[in-house]
Design a protein around this ligand. Sequence first.
Ligand SMILES: [Zn+2]
Length: 161
Amino acid sequence: MGCGVSAFTGLGRGGRSSVTRLASEEGASKGSLSPFTSPMAYAVLNWGFTEPRFSSRYNYSKENGTFTCKKCGNELYRSDDKYDSGSGWPSFTSAVVEGESSNVEKKPRDATGRFEIVCKSCGGHLGHVFPDGPSKAKGGTGWRHCVNGAALDFSKKTSDE
Ligand SMILES: [Zn+2]
């Protein structure tokens, strides 16, 4: 289980600190780190990096609201579809909209049976979809969207619209 191995494991040695340092440097040199507030967000969205397990503050968040793309603000997930998968990454049974008009684009399945997911609007890497989500009988879809919290922003719902 998990978000799996990112393309960046080849970076070796310094691990996380190297990645965030490189992301800071690239972001700063391209003048494009803003609106990213963290090098981790930059590395995830632009390079397909996977954040460390249990590192996201959204892991256990049960607040009512919407998760948006940290890069472009696209609406991606609802708190209603969020569940505790125990994987160490924020997990959702579905995107705000599924199918053709979804804001979350599924790439073709890789050899391990998972789909990479990216923001349809900006192409930023979000995470992966695995076929081990809660069943329909349990209110799920059978899918688990395993999303890097660093790629998301959260807007809390303030009214009961
Ligand atoms: Zn986006």
